[in-house]
Design a protein around this ligand. Structure first.
Ligand code: DSN
Length: 429
């Protein structure tokens, strides 16, 4: 109401985005649809406050309620992930990983992570990112079969002796063997950092193993399978020392203080208190029994989509999925990732083009697309709806130039979305 009066131009744009999300299927695996409660907390008065520091240790006054909000988020995170320390202030996943590197490495020291073009993340050592500009980065690929090759990763680690090893990915459809990575890291005396951004909701839901007990530090965004607002958390175990001074030793023992001091004042200024409030709500939602069923259904839907696409002759990297995402090599169908993304967009299905392991094409027009099920599962869709979606994907990707077919398919997707509405009471006009 206020928005449409104050800024009708912006209100109109938000309304268009709302309708786009309502009428279409978001199948980008890193996206989700937050609850109205999370949305409300995110749009709250928390945005007005400055709170440099941590609960009980702030540099500004007026923190009596913000301290409680942040403490609630911290306690919920600790309980849900079974760790003794949680920092909920990182603005998002990249700053969270940056803070961990800042906490544990000196400039120029060596880190190792999964190669971006094989499914890894920018912040795990990609050549144009801070993680390789300010540190020495070594990258590991997947094996030819699309799976992580733990023997090869161990060999690279022994040869390169990194001080920090990242495990985690943006495009990896299989389970991570955290215990195996812990052995590798232990062998070379490296810190192991598990970036569970993509699978944190699956871990909470009990359908993916947890890295707790294997990794020294865990980072996660809060907006993917965890279904919260944009943001991130850093989780670890250890003792806290006096926050105002560097810990007496830079060791695993004082990880909590090393991490906290790296986030603030090392890297960030004031936390986004509205975001922290919304993270607290999302963690509360993720602690409910229904969330376990949600996580299990995400995986069932992804496996079902994989089975359908395989039956239609599509090539899936690693031959299927264990989690919420599929990586499809569309070149076998005479397409490129860019064409497939655009074609699906035209029928109301949003995916993203993605490189595949050993890709010979450029990231701007790679060989693959990434498809994920967190968002359609939030809408309540199950295997029978997945069958309809798979059929549409199959038909349009076999006939990307058939406009009449695309119009029919777009209507099928719109009708499907109308049966599983999102934010029915919301309007920006
Ligand atoms: N951009 C995120 C993703 O799509 O996986 C990773 O940061």
């Amino acid at each position: 109401m206020h928005l449409s009066k104050t800024d009708p131009e912006l209100a109109q744009l938000l309304q268009h985005e709302l309708i786009r999300e309502r009428d279409g299927l978001e199948l980008i695996p890193s996206e989700n649809i937050v609850s109205p409660a999370v949305l409300e907390a995110l749009g709250s008065v928390g945005t007005n406050k400055y709170s440099e520091g941590y609960p009980g240790k702030r540099y500004y006054g007026g923190q009596e309620f913000v301290d409680k909000i942040e403490s609630l988020a911290i306690e919920r995170a600790k309980k849900l992930f079974d760790v003794t320390h949680a920092n909920v202030q990182p603005y998002s996943g990249s700053p969270a990983n940056q803070a961990v590197c800042f906490a544990l490495l000196e400039p120029g020291e060596k880190l190792m992570g999964m190669h971006l073009l094989y499914g890894g993340h920018l912040t795990h050592g990609w050549k144009v990112n801070f993680s390789s500009k300010y540190y020495t980065a070594v990258q590991y690929p997947t094996g030819k079969d699309g799976y992580l090759d733990y023997d090869e990763i161990g060999r690279i680690a022994r040869e390169e002796k990194p001080k920090l090893i990242f495990i985690g990915a943006t495009a990896y459809p299989r389970i991570f063997d955290f215990a195996r990575f812990a052995e590798i890291a232990h062998d070379v005396d490296a810190y192991l950092v598990a970036d569970i951004s993509h699978v944190s909701g699956l871990i909470i839901g009990g359908v993916h193993p947890s890295p707790v007990g294997c990794a020294d530090v865990i980072t996660t965004t809060t907006h993917k399978t965890l279904r919260g607002p944009r943001g991130a958390m850093i989780l670890c175990n250890g003792e806290e020392s006096n926050f105002l001074k560097p810990p007496p030793e830079k060791s695993r023992r004082y990880l909590p203080t090393l991490i906290d001091r790296a986030v603030f004042p090392g890297l960030q200024g004031g936390p986004h208190d509205h975001q922290t409030a919304a993270i607290a709500v999302a963690l509360h939602e993720a602690a409910q029994p229904e969330f376990k069923e949600y996580a299990a259904q995400i995986v069932r839907n992804a496996k079902s989509l994989a089975d359908h696409l395989l039956s239609y002759g599509f090539t899936l990297i690693s031959g299927g999925t264990d989690n919420h995402m599929l990586l499809v090599d569309v070149t076998a169908k005479g397409l490129t990732g860019k064409i497939a993304e655009k074609t699906l967009d035209e029928v109301g299905i949003t995916v993203n083009k993605n490189t595949i392991p050993f890709d010979t094409r450029s990231p701007y027009d790679p060989s693959g697309i990434r498809i994920g099920t967190p968002s359609l599962t939030t809408r309540g869709m199950k295997e029978s709806e997945v069958a309809i979606i798979a059929d549409v994907i199959n038909r349009v990707l076999h006939h990307p130039d058939d406009d009449a077919l695309k119009r029919r398919c777009h209507q099928i997707i719109k009708d499907l979305c109308a049966q599983f509405p999102i934010y029915p009471d919301l309007s920006y006009l």
